[in-house]
Design a protein around this ligand. Structure first.
Ligand code: IPM
Ligand code: MG
Length: 370
């Protein structure tokens, strides 16, 4: 018997624990019906970790994350921790996980489900069938560049500094992931930066082009300024297949792309490290939405983004594409059947709670696997 897959679950704050509970339900189903078992550990991250140990993620949890085959994270943050020092804020826990695990490639698919196409604020024909993959660099750039800080100047005014910095290997390793993904999709890659204003952007453009010429000449590569990319994403999003971009532009462009799909509550993500000799990568999966403190504890959050993140885990960490497809199909069928959580509610559909949505997915999985 192969050893069980180890999974570290970090539900986090706000709606994190509620949506994570629905993943547990699907994991139990997989154990029962697909004979796939996970060895699950749970830990604290974000504000809940700060409350217990004074840090947004403890060294012990970091050690657990480093050894797990995969990490599944709910969400972090909330107004309760607004006054906590910067380096101990809930977000710092997330950033430490990304940085220490070296998860440099963040995959953020923006897919429009037919059943939800009407929920987008964009016109139906602009977004129907949309399927984009944004690859965001996640461990470099202005998020981590030095020097950084706020200093008080002699005249009493202050100066805030962050540094945008990228090196050849940092650019090429994330671009390589994007080129490889493009090859498995429509074979088109757009690389977004501000080469017209920033040296780091110019370097980005040149290094991506070099990698293309050396290793991926078959992929259709276009360079685009990030502001133009933002505009094109609402003008004609279907022109895109894969987009690769830096940490900060990726943060902004992925939120923008997500809204084309109608709901942040539907979008999963995967953050991947480099493959080792055995092909194993460190990896963390999380919904793109945040902790939604305003609706936490009400049982109305949408668990689908987290379930779809779990499906991405099956695909990218465990090579279980068939099971990933099953979960994705179950989500489509349940939506086609008219069930909606509050965030994606539409006229004439049935509004359901977080748990009813989770239970319905399991029922659908039963049918699909029958
Ligand atoms: C995201 C979030 C994070 C980021 C925050 C919570 C630190 O916006 O994952 O997109 O800026 O990366
Ligand atoms: Mg963001």
């Amino acid at each position: 018997m192969p050893s069980a897959k180890t999974l570290l679950m970090l539900p986090g704050d706000g709606i994190g624990p509620e949506v994570m509970a629905e993943v547990r339900r699907v994991i139990e189903w997989m154990d029962r019906r697909r004979h796939v078992s996970f060895d699950i550990a749970e830990g604290l991250v974000g504000g809940c970790a700060y409350d217990v140990c004074g840090e947004a993620v403890s060294d012990q949890t970091m050690a657990d994350a480093m050894k797990a085959d995969a990490v599944l994270l709910g969400a972090v943050g909330g107004p309760k921790w607004d006054k906590v020092p910067f380096d101990k804020r809930p977000e710092a826990g997330l950033l430490r996980l990304r940085k220490d695990m070296d998860l440099f490639a963040n995959l953020r698919p923006a897919v429009v489900f037919d059943a939800l196409a009407e929920a987008s604020t964009l016109k139906l024909d602009v977004i129907k069938g949309l399927d984009i993959m944004i690859v965001r660099e996640l461990t470099g750039g202005v998020y981590f560049g030095e020097p950084r800080g706020i200093e008080t100047l002699p005249d009493g005014t202050r100066r805030g500094v962050n540094t945008q910095v990228y090196t050849t290997p940092e650019i090429q390793r994330v671009a390589r992931v994007a080129f490889e993904l493009a090859r498995k999709r429509a074979n088109r890659l757009v690389s977004a930066e501000k080469a017209n204003v920033m040296e780091s952007g110019l370097l980005w453009r040149e290094e991506v082009q070099k990698l293309h010429d050396a290793e991926f000449p078959d992929v259709q590569l276009t360079h685009m300024y990030a502001d133009n990319c933002a505009m094109q994403l609402v003008r004609n999003p279907k022109q895109f297949d894969v987009i690769v971009t830096d940490n900060l532009f990726g943060d902004v462009l992925s939120d923008e792309a997500s809204m084309a799909t109608g709901s942040l509550g539907m979008l999963p993500s995967a953050s991947l490290g480099a493959a080792d000799a055995k092909g194993r990568r460190r990896a963390m999966y999380e919904p793109v939405h945040g902790s939604a403190p305003d609706i936490a504890g009400k049982g109305i959050a949408n668990p689908l983004a987290t379930l779809l993140s779990f499906a991405m885990m099956l695909r990218y960490s465990f090579d279980m594409a068939e099971d990933a497809n099953l979960i994705e199909q179950a989500v489509k069928n349940v939506l086609n059947g008219g069930l909606r959580t509050a965030d994606i509610m539409q006229k004439g559909k049935a509004r359901v709670s977080t748990t009813v949505m989770g239970e319905s997915i399991v029922k659908e999985l039963d049918k699909l696997a029958a």
